[in-house]
Each structure stands twice: as C-alpha cells, then as structure tokens.
Design a protein around this ligand. Structure first.
Ligand code: HEM
Length: 356
C-alpha cells in the first residue's frame, strides 16, 4: 500500500511530461515509462550551449595514440578513450588527481561523482595508500608496499579478477568473467553492441537515448540469466555501477550543439567511444584499446553537469521502470535459476529523501 502510493507519487514527480514516447507493444513492458531526461528534473529544461568551453580537444598533447608496451585498458569505454587521448595517464594507471581533472576535461563528469567513483574504485581495486588503480587488469605499478602489499591482497584493477567489485555482469557490451567460453570482461563483444544499435534503430531510428539504454540493460540481464549459470548481480557492481554505466553511455557520451544542448548520441559516436569499426560486410569489429573521442565532440555544459545525485536518482528511476533489474542476487549454478532480493523500494525511499 505504502509502496504503491510512493511509486505513484514518484512517478508524478519524475515523469510529469506526457510527451514521453514508449512503445508498449514491443519488447518488454516497463513498470513505469523511463524518463526521457533522467536525473535531476532541471536537466530536462537545459537549453544553453557554449562553443568555447564544451569542445574536447583531440589535437596536440591530446592527440589519440596507439597503445605503448604494457599500457592497460579495461571495461570502461570512457576511461580507455581518456587514456588514449592523454586526459588520463596513457599507461592506464589512474590517480585521484588525474581522474579528477582528466574526467572533467574529457567528459564533463561532475567532481561529486568523480570523487565517489574514484574513492570507491581505489579502495576496492587499487592502492589506498598511493591512490593508484588500474583502469584494466592488475598492474604491479599500483602497489606501494612491495612484497608486504602483495601479502595483504591482490590490487586487481577494475576488470579480470576485479570482477563483482566494481565491474559486473550484464554489461552494455562486455562478457562475463565466470561464463564459460566468451568470458572477457574487458573486450567489447560486437554481438552485444549490435543488439544495442539494432534496438536504437527500432526505437528511435538510430540514436541512443536513456530509454533505449534501460531497455538494453533489461535485455542484457535476461540474456545473462538464461545463458550464464554463474550470473550474479551484487548491490554495488551489479546495480549501482552497471546502471550508472548504462546512463553514462547517454549522459556523458552524448555530443552537444546549439541545436541539441541536452545532447544527442548518434551510433557513430558510440562506436568511436567503444573502439568499434566496420568490416567489408558492415559488421562491427572490436579492437582492443582503440577507443577514441570523436572529432568535433562537445561534452556536457559545465552548469549542467552529471552529478552524484543524478546518478542516484537515475538508478532509482531505472528500478521503477524495470523492478526486476533491481534485484540483488544471481543464478545458483544453473541457467534460469535466478534468486534475488528486491532493492527497488529501498532505492525509491532514497530517491524520495533526495528530492525532499
Ligand atoms: C572514475 C570513474 C569511472 C570508473 C571507475 C568507471 C568504471 C567502469 C566500469 C567498472 C565499467 C564496467 C561496468 C560493468 O561491468 O557493467 C564501466 C563501463 C562503462 N563506462 Fe565507466 N567508469 C568511470 C567513468 C566513466 C565515464 C565518465 C563515462 C562516460 C563518459 C563512462 C562510460 C562507461 C561506459 C559507456 C561503459 C560500458 C562499456 C561497455 O560495456 O561496453 N565511465 N566503467
């Protein structure tokens, strides 16, 4: 009773716009239509563009470079692209300072969000003493205590054995570390990228929107439940991070212009950021470490940044639209054996507190 009232209240606050277009006859039926402009309601009204402060340079010191010997890349399209362009250290070893300045300059990720992501990642996957962590698999460069540090535990980096700390299953295009066969959690699998692009074409004619991203996420979770006996979705890696990454693909990869001050993600933009090209048969091909910031790409406006509050609100919105995605749990050694605990109500309460 209480939860239904709360859902109704939240729905009216967050989805006041009757112009939201959701096709209920195709695909799955969302519990509540997912917002066209998720996060804080102010983003829906943003209408400014500044050609001086929003362009992201891909020239000079920020020119794209191929990987050098030992350079590391991982599951995050943007950390990889930022390192390839020198916004982050090109060897793939991040520090608090380089993440704070690099992600702001390269993506317009607000410092509240960066601080949270950087701090948790450093603790889960890196070296809390030096603040260093690898944007991919384990690197000896993060360790500051030598052999003593090794005895204390493996600084995994965000993928490979970093699995289920920040990196999770049912990712946008990566596979699952504990799935037999296709199990790289840092390679982008063209079949999943193609599924996303096909969905975008079906729903919008070819642009990635927040609604497309949430529907893709639902599809990816169903795929994992039906194919990976070891699929698991913990609260942080599975709900917070995977949900966060799905929103980043629109909120922070979108290109901006005077015509589209709130951003616009063409498929080519996503392909460039996710290191995908086309072969002679127009099939997607992934190349490790070739993520690029597209030419003439403009990040979010400084006064319309994507903040930690936006991340939390959009996670709760995703839970409202696709409650089954919000369950913490996993398969129990067999496919289709998912057993989970529902976090949706907790997240809606959190959202209510944020909005008060
Ligand atoms: C400190 C900041 C960040 C950290 C620690 C981080 C980490 C990660 C991790 C662990 C994943 C894998 C998620 C999963 O398993 O589902 C991921 C994926 C992703 N991230 Fe980030 N990320 C950060 C910032 C960003 C930013 C600023 C953007 C966009 C501009 C971004 C865009 C993406 C995208 C699009 C993916 C999905 C890749 C795919 O599955 O194809 N990330 N990130």
């Amino acid at each position: 009773m209480f939860s239904r009232a709360l859902l109704t209240y939240e729905y009216s606050v967050l989805f006041p716009c009757s112009c939201i277009q959701i096709d209920f006859n195709q695909g799955i039926d969302p519990g509540a239509p997912f917002s066209e402009y998720p996060g804080s309601p102010t983003h829906a009204l943003y209408d400014k563009f500044d050609a001086a402060s929003q362009p992201v340079s891909t020239r000079g010191e920020y020119a794209w470079q191929d990987l050098g010997l030992g350079d590391i890349r991982g599951p995050c399209a943007d950390l990889n692209a930022a390192a390839n362009h020198g916004y982050l250290p090109r060897d793939g070893i991040a520090t608090a300072e380089t993440i704070n300045t690099g992600l702001w300059e390269a993506s317009g990720l607000d410092k509240t969000a960066t601080l949270f992501l950087q701090t948790t990642t450093m603790f889960f996957d890196g070296d809390p003493l030096s603040g260093r962590w690898s944007i991919g698999y384990h690197s000896d460069k993060t360790q500051s205590l030598g052999i003593v540090g090794d005895l204390l535990g493996n600084e995994t980096g965000i993928c490979a054995y970093g699995h289920l700390k920040t990196e999770g299953d049912a990712s946008i295009t990566r596979e699952e570390w504990l799935e037999a066969g296709m199990n790289s959690n840092r390679a982008s699998y063209p079949e999943f990228a193609q599924e996303l692009l096909d969905l975008a074409k079906a729903r919008t004619g070819g642009n990635l929107t927040p609604q497309v991203m949430t529907e893709h996420q639902y599809n990816r979770k169903q795929h994992s439940i039906t194919t990976n006996p070891n699929y698991f979705s913990p609260a942080y890696a599975g709900i917070a991070f995977t949900f966060g990454a799905h929103m980043f693909a629109y909120e922070l990869l979108a290109n901006h212009s005077a015509e589209y001050p709130r951003g616009f993600v063409k498929l080519e933009v996503f392909e460039s950021f996710s290191s995908s090209t086309r072969d002679a048969n127009n099939k997607l091909v992934f190349t490790y470490g070739h993520e690029r910031v597209p030419e003439n790409w403009y990040h979010r406006a400084d006064d319309d940044a994507w903040t930690l509050t936006d991340i939390l609100i959009s996670i709760a919105q995703q839970c409202l639209s696709y409650p089954s995605n919000c369950q913490v749990g996993g398969n129990t050694g067999e496919v289709n054996s998912f057993s989970g605990v529902d976090l949706a109500i907790l997240l809606v309460i959190l959202l209510t507190l944020l909005l008060i």
